[in-house]
Write a protein that binds this ligand. Structure first.
Ligand code: PMP
Length: 401
């Protein structure tokens, strides 16, 4: 081996050893497919409480059939959307997203990560300001960082701290200000105070961008019941002008979108580099997403999910489990210490349940947690089983850690 290869190897070994020592080393489980909220890991069936398939659409036969039919158009889009990768099914999906979100238009992206990077960097740059909640998703943070705009952060959901940063940005110069927040926080399950944030944006001439990764499909308003958390907070295109949503969570497929005014979508089509310089979404995926969005509108899946969330919270409270202030499908149990979280999650897996063990840097130090996610496809008996296993695991681990 050359010196350069040796030094690379030494660097990799040292960083990986450090991660292991900190109990922060990650690896993936290889799942075999199974119907319902079930995964087969190492030949054993586990009930999953760790996926973002909130409505059960990832395993819905009609969504799968639509993807299969969509594949007959070709396995891949074969080019970027603006070259020759934009099919009729992509256009139909964009129109459906606009309809569901109550926006004039929508644009597809390869993933939510790419959408956030693309939008932020198309809208702002050096001389501008990006204001973000400290618990925002990594893709918003990374998008803000590479934009070159001055990055101003505020304590989670703290409106006073937010206003301070908006005022600071306004007083500093006449650059554009973008306020970007998660509508529903991915690791906490709580929601942003979007109505008040929109009001502050109005006062300080800031542009509000809401990441609806965990709100789209599962919450909304009377007229737009699946639009997401901004609609649930009473906001529309005028008050929440930039909405990003993923299609890999409640829609059960993959990919993402930005929805907004026709001008916003036209602008992003011209300037969002993560839209322009990448291969279009495979048509089969667009066909699966389209059917999933129709089913979201047609079936009472949100209502079933809400019943499951309520059931989980009631039973967990009876068992005196330390619930967080979340009414969404994301129900974290903050245990603090990485070792404890890993031990409880391993014990749950032995009992037949798959629950995510979330550790820093995904969450702040000292707040390692189990991230329990609920789905309309869970039955009450599965929730009871999880809670019982959880109580036993906590007692067992408490005695050893
Ligand atoms: N935003 C939030 C809040 C998310 O939780 C995620 C996914 N973890 C993303 C964006 C990225 O979405 P995608 O998985 O489609 O890249």
């Amino acid at each position: 081996m050359t010196d350069a290869v040796n030094s690379l190897q030494d660097f990799l070994d040292a960083r990986l050893a450090e991660r292991r020592a900190q109990q922060l080393y990650r690896s993936h489980k290889t799942l075999a497919a199974a119907p319902g909220p079930v995964a087969i890991v190492d030949g054993r069936e586990l009930v999953t409480f760790s996926s973002n398939d909130y409505l059960g659409l990832a395993v819905h036969p009609e969504v799968i059939a639509a993807q299969q039919r969509g594949a007959l158009l070709g396995a891949g889009a074969t080019a970027s959307h603006l070259v020759n990768g934009h099919f009729e099914v992509h256009q139909k999906l964009q129109d459906k997203i606009a309809e569901v979100t109550g926006r004039e238009a929508a644009l597809l992206f390869g993933s939510g990560y790419m959408a956030n990077m693309g939008v932020i960097n198309a809208l702002i740059g050096r001389g501008d300001y990006v204001v973000q909640d400290k618990l925002n998703h990594a893709s918003l943070i990374d998008g803000g960082r590479i934009s070159g705009a001055e990055f101003l952060r505020f304590a989670h959901n703290d409106l006073t701290a937010l206003e301070r940063q908006l005022r600071r940005a306004r007083e500093k110069g006449n650059g554009k200000i973008l306020l970007a927040v998660d509508g529903v926080y991915s690791m906490d399950g709580d929601t942003a105070p979007l109505a008040q944030m929109a009001e502050l944006c109005h006062r300080y001439d800031a542009w509000l961008m809401v990441d609806e990764a965990h709100g789209f499909g599962v919450m909304g308003s009377e007229f737009f019941p699946c639009a997401g958390s901004a609609a649930a907070a009473g906001l529309d295109q005028n008050t929440a002008p930039i909405v990003m949503g993923t299609l890999g969570k409640a829609a059960g497929n993959g990919g993402a979108f930005v929805a907004g005014s026709r001008a916003l979508i036209d602008y992003l089509t011209q300037f969002a580099r993560t839209y322009i310089y990448t291969t279009g979404m495979p048509p089969a995926l667009a066909a699966g997403c389209l059917r999933a969005l129709e089913l979201m509108q047609e079936l009472p899946l949100r209502q079933t999910l809400n019943k499951r969330i309520q059931y989980f919270r009631e039973r967990a409270a009876q068992l005196q489990l330390p619930l967080e202030n979340s009414t969404s499908a994301i129900q974290p149990l903050v245990l603090g210490c990485e070792k404890k979280v890993l031990a409880v999650s391993a014990q749950l897996q032995r009992a037949g349940y798959l629950v995510g063990a979330i550790r820093p840097p995904t969450v702040p130090a000292g707040t390692a947690r189990l991230r329990i996610t609920l789905s309309a496809s869970h039955g009450e008996a599965q929730i009871d089983g999880l809670l019982q296993a959880l109580v036993s695991a906590l007692v067992a681990v408490e005695a050893t850690v």
